[in-house]
Ligand binder design. Structure first.
Ligand code: AHR
Length: 514
């Protein structure tokens, strides 16, 4: 048994957790689009072929924003292939994933899907094979009212009103040699600057005016912190683009591997490692901000994060349409690390304004579908669902005396927590992982919130770290509802956190303190 104290104070606010921290990502890859969100003829499909059963689960996850259409796919994608009458759309080779892209689903379908689901689109422009002109013209297609060849094309394709897309990624992982049209930091920085400029001009933004609101532009940062070019890539790209962009993108996937020295500890250290990675980029942004003498602060868009067992071999043949690619089956152990990664994102909400869980359906996703059949909630579905619906408002600073363990990333905390305070709703939400092999007697002191009453208490734990949910046995890994703990003096709860567990608590504020 270990003993820990966690202390949080309502006045010590890190920042407001943007709702977009709970964003996600859909790429033209595997069965994410086809058989994932789009399957005409499926019993639950609506008149557009959108699977309503999947939409229901996305609603449960409370996802506010979805990044599209890639990913690596983006860097070879010509957006013009995906518009207009379906029978005229070309079938193409997708060189990112070596599959065949039928282009039955494109920009207009995505916009319609976003409206149906009630999510905001976060579009990407191709900086690999695409030009600055292609990028500007996609903005024109989406955001210009009409009266020009490109905006009238959208109207002819059935969308009279502009989509007014606000969030735009300028390319994807352009630092990676695997990227179609990979560039050096200097080359990409210059190209991204030009793309950003003309995208803004196309959107009607001048020094004084932005009639439709300003675009929120996201420039590609390092695709992970193991790249040789990290963090120099981020510095150089930001120096070129700082004044034109709003966010620096970062990506990171973690995985469990038996081939490591300490497989479990090395995996459990992921949340603390993600924290280090974000801290380095915060510092890089501050450095560039000082260097270019800017008053504004570029934020971080962590627009790809998840657990991904990348070592898994590909079993599907080349050039297949909608193959089963990267359909990771998430274990209870994955869900534990996943919850810790969510805590890290929340604890860095002063800088991280967007988070996109990569991805949303079928491909490294919390939702799995069967062609013509049902859906499955993966183990990672549950921490996302509980936190996305409750951990809102301000993230407050926590202090804990957690002991540490050694991982490949350095020392990491056994107890990993985040506390959120939604002043408007009068709720406090605590998310806490116990990564120790023994139970943890934990005293949580929540000061200055007013008298608290426990409203919800869930715990995820499982004797089998490798337990998974399957279509045959969908409820193997689930959060269990627990008896509500007593709140001493309206602010202190004592919990016994089981070894290897994630716990979620929600409190209501009974009486706000003046
Ligand atoms: O999400 C899967 C892939 O991972 C994305 O296409 C790419 O951006 C990243 O390397």
């Amino acid at each position: 048994m270990i003993k820990t104290k966690i202390f949080a104070d309502a006045n010590l606010v890190i920042g407001q957790a943007d709702k977009n921290l709970y964003g996600s990502f859909l790429e033209h890859i595997g069965r994410a689009i086809y058989e994932g969100i789009y399957e005409p003829g499926h019993p639950s499909a609506d008149e557009n072929g959108f699977r309503r059963d999947v939409i229901g689960l996305i609603h449960s996850l409370n996802v506010p924003i979805v990044r599209y259409p890639g990913g690596n796919f983006l860097s070879g994608y010509n957006w013009r292939d995906g518009i207009g009458p379906r029978e005229n759309r070309p079938v193409r080779l997708d060189l990112a994933w070596h599959t065949t892209e039928p282009n039955e689903f494109g920009t207009d379908e995505f916009m319609k899907w976003c409206r149906t689901v009630g999510v905001e689109p976060m579009m990407g422009v191709n900086m690999g094979t695409g030009t600055v002109k292609d990028a500007a013209e996609l903005v024109e297609y989406c955001n210009h009212a009409g009266g020009t060849a490109i905006s009238d094309l959208r109207r002819a394709n059935g969308a009279e009103e502009p989509y007014n897309v606000r969030y735009w990624c300028i390319g994807n992982e352009m630092d990676g040699p695997w990227q179609i049209g990979h560039l050096s930091a200097d080359e990409y920085g210059k190209k991204a600057l030009e793309a950003a400029k003309v995208m803004r001009w196309t959107n009607g933004e001048t020094d004084r005016e932005a009639p439709n609101g300003r675009l929120r532009l996201i420039v590609s940062g390092s695709s992970n912190h193991e790249m040789d070019t990290f963090p120099e890539w981020d510095r150089v790209v930001l120096e070129h683009t700082y004044d034109q962009v709003d966010y620096l993108s970062m990506h990171r996937y973690y995985e469990y591997s038996e081939d490591r020295k300490r497989p479990l500890e090395d995996f459990l250290g992921s949340a603390d490692d993600m924290n280090e990675y974000i801290n380095t980029l915060k510092a890089t942004i501050e450095y560039v901000r000082a260097k270019v003498r800017s008053r504004k602060r570029v934020g971080i868009s962590f627009d790809e994060w998840n657990i991904w067992t990348q070592a898994a071999p590909r079993t599907e043949p080349l050039w297949k349409r909608a193959p089963h690619l990267f359909e990771d089956v998430y274990t209870f152990r994955d869900a534990l690390v996943f919850a810790g990664l969510m805590n890290t994102l929340l604890n860095n909400c002063d800088a991280v304004g967007i988070g996109c869980l990569a991805q949303l359906v079928n491909v490294i996703a919390p939702i799995t579908t069967k062609k013509g059949g049902g859906t499955l909630k993966q183990a990672t579905f549950y921490p996302f669902e509980l936190l996305s619906n409750a951990a809102r408002g301000a993230t407050v600073r926590t202090f804990s005396d957690s002991a540490r363990f050694e991982s490949m990333f350095g020392p990491a905390r056994y107890i990993n927590e985040a506390v959120n305070y939604d002043r408007e709703k009068g709720t406090v939400c605590v998310s806490v992982c116990n990564y120790a092999q023994s139970d943890a007697e934990t005293e949580i002191e929540l000061r200055s919130f007013g008298a608290l009453k426990a409203e919800e208490y869930y715990e995820m734990t499982n004797a089998d770290l490798a337990a998974v949910n399957t279509f045959a046995s969908p409820d193997t890994v689930l959060p269990q509802k627990k008896d509500l703990p007593a709140v001493k003096d309206g602010s202190r709860v004592s919990l016994r956190l089981p070894a290897m567990s994630w716990s979620f608590l929600k409190f209501s504020v009974q009486k706000a303190k003046a």
